[in-house]
Design a protein around this ligand. Sequence first.
Ligand code: Z5A
Length: 245
Amino acid sequence: MTAAPGEAPVRGVFITLEGGEGAGKSTQAARLAATLRARTGRPVTVTREPGGSPRAEEIRAAVLAGVAKPYGPFAEALLFSAARLDHLDRLIRPALARGETVICDRFLDSTRAYQGAAGGLDPALLGALERVVVGPTRPDLTLILDLPAETGLARAAARGQAAGEGADRFEAEALGFHTRLRTAFLEIANRESARCAVVDASAGPDAVEAAIRAVVTTRLPALSPAPSPALLPAPSPDAETRNGG
Ligand code: Z5A
């Protein structure tokens, strides 16, 4: 989507995936990227939060190891925000400025849900942080992958067992915390329905992928496949005369 000479630059498309543990965000981010690369023939960057840039990945390692937990949810929100600042500056904004599509596994709604609704931080405080850190770089579409907390935790635990890893800082929280997260994501989707779409993530990966494709086709027509020239209507003789004359 590079602008023609003399035209204003065209910003790329910013898509985020949100939801609880084990909802399938990473799986679906990779599948959506493959679909959009094939559909548009254009670069798609897949990234994640916390992380996505070398410095933000360092903050990720510390926060998920529980380093900031004793300092409370505000300190954690500040660390997620510091990681987000670097991620936006180093990766997301440059890619969007090049006209690329960016798919991010978690973004600002995770701070609202984890540190806000489940962690008890004042939404006004988080709103102020968002204005400073995110500014105008808001997602064009947020896919909220929804499923019962028990199902997501069971998936995450099975994957952890297979990899020989234990639960991280947030996976280790009680079921009530994860149920509050689910409610929080659904409330965000309800409040910001123009930006967000809820996808039933309890089905198998192929069914979830199909549901996401349908949402993206409807909500982001700019990412639809270019129609084949054979399918375009033939120009009328009148139009030819006008254009040629
Ligand atoms: N956090 C925060 O508190 N505040 C913030 O501002 C931000 C984040 C940005 C990041 O951890 C943590 O940081 C996160 C919130 C907090 N909490 N935790 N934990 P993370 O990135 O390591 O964790 P995650 O984001 O929850 O990712 P996840 O657990 O890896 O889940 P996922 O990406 O949604 O799922 P997945 O990796 O695609 O799939 C999980 C497993 O289920 C895997 O074995 C798949 O093969 C399987 N799977 C996937 N889809 C399906 C379907 N449809 N059916 C059956 N099985 C499936």
